[in-house]
Each structure stands twice: as C-alpha cells, then as structure tokens.
Design a protein around this ligand. Sequence first.
Ligand code: ACO
Length: 467
Amino acid sequence: MASQQKNVGILAMEIYFPPTCIQQEVLEVHDEVSKGKYTIGLGQDCMAFCTEVEDVISMSLTAVTSLLQKYKIDPKQIGRLEVGSETVIDKSKSIKTFLMQVFEESGNTDIEGVDSTNACYGGTAALLNCVNWVESNSWDGRYGLVVCTDSAVYAKGPARPTGGAAAIAMLIGPDAPIAFESKFRASHMSHAYDFYKPNLASEYPVVDGKLSQTCYLMALDSCYKRFCHKYEKLEGKQFSVADGDYFVFHSPYNKLVQKSFARLLFNDYLRNASFIDAAAKEKLAPFSTLTGDESYQSRDLEKATQQAAKPLYDVKVQPTTLIPKQVGNMYTASLYAALASLLHNKHNSLAGQRVVMFSYGSGLTATIFSFHLRDGQHPFSLSNIVSVMNVDKKLKSRHEFPPEKFVETMKLMEHRYGAKDFVTSKDCSLLAPGTYYLTEVDSMYRRFYAKKAVGAMTENRSLANGH
Ligand code: ACO
C-alpha cells in the first residue's frame, strides 16, 4: 500500500567526531609494518578516537543538541528517537534514555523508540524504523530522530588501524531532500562469526578479519541481486550500476569499498548489463565460470574488477570517501558519514540524483536501499545540511596525537571500560565549545557529563541528576 506521506527521508543531519586523531602513516612507522600498508593497503588516511573525556553518550549528546539548535527544532517536535550503536556501555539502559535528558528539559517525555544493536547495522535499523513510523498510520505528525554513535577500537594488531569514532544525528520526516525510494529495498541476513563481542569485560571485538571481508562481499552480492530483481519487477527494466548516480558503502576501511564497487560491476557483467564495454568484458571474461566461493578467493578477479571499475569508481564512489578515510570506521555512523561526504563534495549538483546505499553489520545483517535527492526548502535543503555539518572546519581543527600518546590513551580506556568510581581529568581544552564530555562515573556506575561552555562568560554546565 502506498504511504500517505511523500518523500519521507532525511531532512537534516549533524555529524560529530572527536578532535583527537592519529595519522595512519605515523601509525605504520610505530607499528613497524611496511610503508603503505595502512594508507594504500587499507586506503586510510587518519583515525579519530575518543580520549577519556569522550564516549558514545557524550558524542551523541553533542550531535543531537547541535542539530536541534542549528535547525531551530523545538525538542517538543520530536516524536520518535532511535539510536543505533554497538558500543556497549550498559546491558540494559539504552543510550536513548541518556539522550532523553535533552527532551525532558522541555517537558517532552512522549518519545517512542530505543536502541538497535547489530554491529555496524544498528543505525540502518534505527533509520528504517523511523522512516516506517513516519510512513505508517501511527505517525503523529512530529519528527523522527535517528542517532548513530560508536567508538570503534581494536586490540593491538592488524585490526587496530581500522578503528574510528563518531556520532551522527538525522532528522526524519516527509518532503525530505534525501528521500527514500522505499519500494527498492533488499536485505540479506544470516548467522556468521565474522566479528562479534562475546567478552563483555572488553570493548574489543573478536574478529576473523578475512572471514569478515568475505561475509561483507557475499552479503553485498546477495542484496544487490535482490535489489536488481525488485527494481526489474517494479520498473520493467534492468538495473545496473549505470542506474545509480552514486554508491555509498559501509566503510570499515577504504580498500573494501573499492573492492565492493568492483564486485557490483562483476555482478552486472554476469547479468549482461548493456553498459559494460568491450574492454571490460575482455578483462572479466576469464572469470565468468568461477563458482561463487572461488570468486571470493580469486586475487586475479579482484584486480581485474578493480581495474575495470576504476573510471566509474572515481565518479560514483570517490566523492563518498572523504570522512571515512579521515576518521576511520565509525561502525553504525560509517555509512552515513560516507553519505555526508557525498553531500559535502557534491551538494550543488545532487538534485534529481539516485544514491544507492549498502549497509553491513557483522554477524550478519545487510540491506541495500536507495535515496532520491532533491534540493529541499530551507532549512531542510542539501546546501544547508552541508553548511551545518561544516565538515572542512571540523577536519581542519583536529589535534594529531603522536603514537605513544595514542597507545597510552587506548590503555587508559581499556582500564576504564566497565569501571566505576572515578572522575576524569575533565580536560576539555581540545574540544570545541558546545561539546559534551564525561566528568565522572560514580560508585553506582552512574555517568555524568558536562557541556563545554559556548561563550567565554558562561560556566561549563553539568548534566544529569543534579550534579
Ligand atoms: N603497501 C601497500 N599495500 C599493502 C602493503 C604495503 N606496504 N602491505 C600490505 N598491503 C595490502 C595487502 O596486500 C592487502 O591488500 P588486499 O586486500 O588488496 O590484498 C591489505 O594491505 C591488507 O593487508 P593484509 O595483510 O591482507 O591484512 P591485515 O592482516 O593487515 O588485516 C584486516 C586487514 C583483515 C582488514 C584487519 O585490519 C581487520 O581485521 N580489521 C577489522 C575487521 C574489518 O574491518 N572487517 C570488515 C567488515 S566487518 C566491519 O565492518 C567491522
């Protein structure tokens, strides 16, 4: 049944990532790996991380309050708040309930939604929930708000350079500039032990790195085939990468994004898509008889598809890679940070374009869906979203840590994870005005935050339970 609401999707966005980061080439030297392993091998430039005064709650408080303030949204206008995160701070109390402090202040406690968790997919689950709500009979006319917030940290070893941290807040409603094409959606969900967090005493995941890459690509193939099938059934014509103007992927690290787009091209080749030219056909022909399993293991196929896909990758994917390459894997926020990069790079020429999104969460859950972009009306316009996010300024005002200080921070965070009865340094000198930070975890594990004052004359303000 068609929805009563038209063009439901993302009206507004705000992104926050910690100002503390480490350059990947500096980390290569420190980790004594070969030069280029992280920068070319993984395709990453820099990695953001939380220090002891930041966590997924402080980052999401910052993103949410900044979005409400910059778009002049009265907190009473929010009717649903959904959070996607895989960073466990509490096994029962949702991150959403921490964020309720922002809304309680204005007397609004009538807000549906809790947290969604499945590795990097929770943000997409939250987004689909909110969009479904606005499109449903239960919608009460207020906005939905989706928050993706994660701190991705790995134990010392090959996965460590694939960390990152960020929070993204997205306002959901009808007549959106980033509108869902709701009928074109396809998922693939199954059971796998590729990346999981069974040890509740540690923030670090258990990772089978190679398996996680194969699972990601298998899920992509499966979603893409179903997506194409749905499109063809509804539109009566074939779908291929030629029908999407931009392709946005969950980005654990950029090399996997390059491989993923190449994989879509290989799918199109196997389906005889008309846009594949003779030169690409010649390159890919030797691989046409590989079984599915063989194709995931073939390094030659990977090389050939990446070469054949490169010109299209530069146009349809490269503009989406800025923030993921600079900040790292932001887990649930990664896909939406890639979308934010596209808006940042191309906002003047995006109206009327189709953006195809691939969301992946280990374990595993995956969905492909698409957006139809429109200019929108101020303040909910593509250009205003770009100026509110102010990505350039946020990237330029970061502070690079030397590797020793990064490792020391990771050690302190390991020690603090799940701990109680401590106060932080409360050092917010590196944070921008308006940023929330952690001040204390008391003897009952209750967490307290303060906001760095915006003007020189105002005091830093504490949040939570009268502190
Ligand atoms: N110069 C250029 N490239 C290099 C160099 C060098 N000096 N050294 C290595 N490389 C290349 C390798 O050839 C390889 O490239 P390829 O993938 O094109 O073959 C790449 O760098 C990675 O090196 P590997 O030795 O294959 O892998 P490594 O042991 O470093 O681990 C991995 C990489 C598996 C991604 C690891 O970082 C990891 O486990 N990360 C976390 C899991 C993850 O992100 N999975 C993705 C999906 S699940 C999720 O989103 C969490």
